[in-house]
Design a protein around this ligand. Structure first.
Ligand SMILES: [Zn+2]
Ligand SMILES: [Zn+2]
Length: 297
C-alpha cells in the first residue's frame, strides 16, 4: 500500500508510515536524512527510495517502538546515547510482537509485511549522536538538539536551511511525560526553554504523530502549560496501551469557542475529522504526567 506523503518544502517530506505514526525526510545535495522509521509496517524504505536515490542516513528521535522498529530496513542508524538501551528493548522480539498485536487490534493494513519479517532481528548498525552535533547533507546542515523529557535521550532535529524543527514526541498537542523512561517536569521545562532560545532559527514545528505544522510560537504555549501544571485542574488519562496518568490541558477556552467542546477527551473524539491546519491553529497543549514528576530533576 502506498504511504501518504506530505511535501513540506522542496526536499522535505512528512510521511504517514502506519497507524498514527509519521516519519520525516530531508534531502540535501549529497545525502538524505530519514527522521524515524515507524513500526516497520509501511515499507518506508520503498517510499523513501521513490523520493531520492541519494544515500540515506537514519536518525531516531528516541527509542520507542513506533520510531525504531522500521530501522531493520536500513544499514546505519543514529540515536542519542541515553536512549540506546530503550531502542534495544523496543526492537526486541517481545516488543515486535506487541506492535503486531496493536496493529491487528487497530485494524492497520499489514499487507506489506509478514509476521516473520516483522519479528526478524534488527541487523542495522547503530551509532550515537549527541547534543549540538551537525549532520551535513550537502547544502542542508541539520543540528541535533537534546531535549530530555518524553524520554531521557529524546532529541529534536533543527533544519536551519528550511527553518523547521522536527520534534519527535517531545512537542505536540499531547505530550506523554508519564512513562517510566520520561524525566521530571522541571527537566522537561529546561528542554522547552533551550529550544525557545533557538526560536529565531525556525518557523514551524513538525511532530511524529500528526500532519499538523505548528508555528514556532507553539513552544511558548507548551512552556506555559508545563510551568502551570496543576493536579487540581488535571483529569484522569488512560493511554489504553501504556497505562494511566494525570492530564493537564491548556487551550480549552479556544476548543470550546470554536467547537463547543470542553475537554481533551472530547477533542480526541473529533480530532481525526479536523484538518491538520485546524489542529495546528488550535494550539491545544495537554501533558500526561505522574504527580511525583512535578518536582525533581
Ligand atoms: Zn515516544
Ligand atoms: Zn511516538
Amino acid at each position: 500500500m502506498a504511504l501518504k506523503i506530505y511535501q513540506i518544502k522542496d526536499g522535505v517530506y512528512h510521511i504517514h508510515e502506519s497507524m498514527d505514526v509519521f516519519c520525516s525526510l530531508v534531502i540535501g545535495k549529497k545525502r538524505a536524512l530519514l527522521i524515524d522509521t515507524g513500526y516497520g509496517f509501511g515499507n518506508i524504505k520503498k517510499t523513501v527510495s521513490g523520493l531520492t536515490k541519494l544515500p540515506i542516513l537514519v536518525l531516531n528521535t528516541h527509542g520507542h517502538l513506533d520510531h525504531v522498529q522500521g530501522n531493520s530496513a536500513f544499514k546505519d542508524v543514529m540515536i542519542h546515547p541515553l536512549d540506546m538501551a530503550l531502542r534495544k528493548k523496543h526492537t526486541s522480539l517481545q516488543f515486535r510482537l506487541v506492535s503486531w498485536v496493536l496493529a491487528k487490534k487497530q485494524g492497520a493494513s499489514l499487507s506489506d509485511i509478514s509476521l516473520l519479517n516483522h519479528v526478524k532481528a534488527d541487523s542495522s548498525s547503530v551509532t550515537t549522536i549527541n547534543d549540538g552535533e551537525q549532520i551535513d547533507l550537502g547544502g542542508v546542515t541539520l543540528e541535533i538538539i537534546w531535549t530530555a523529557g518524553h524520554t531521557m535521550g529524546s532529541v529534536c532535529v533543527l533544519d536551519k536551511t528550511n527553518r523547521i524543527l522536527f520534534s519527535g514526541d517531545s512537542f505536540s498537542s499531547l505530550v506523554w511525560l508519564f512513562l517510566k523512561e520520561a524525566c521530571d517536569i522541571p527537566c522537561y521545562i529546561k528542554s522547552v526553554k533551550k529550544l525557545l532560545s533557538r526560536i529565531a532559527d525556525f518557523d514551524e514545528i513538525i511532530s511524529s504523530h500528526s500532519a499538523a505544522r505548528f508555528s514556532a510560537s507553539f513552544l511558548e504555549r507548551i512552556l506555559h502549560c508545563a510551568e502551570n501544571i496543576s493536579p487540581e485542574k488535571s483529569t484522569m488519562y488512560d493511554s489504553k496501551i501504556a497505562g494511566k496518568a494525570l492530564l493537564y490541558t491548556e487551550g480549552l477556552d479556544r476548543l470550546e469557542k470554536r467547537y463547543g467542546l470542553k475537554s481533551f477527551a472530547e477533542f480526541m473524539s473529533i480530532a481525526k475529522k479536523l484538518s491538520a491546519e485546524e489542529v495546528a491553529d488550535l494550539e491545544l497543549c495537554a501533558i500526561a504526567y505522574r504527580p511525583e514528576q512535578l518536582t525533581g530533576c
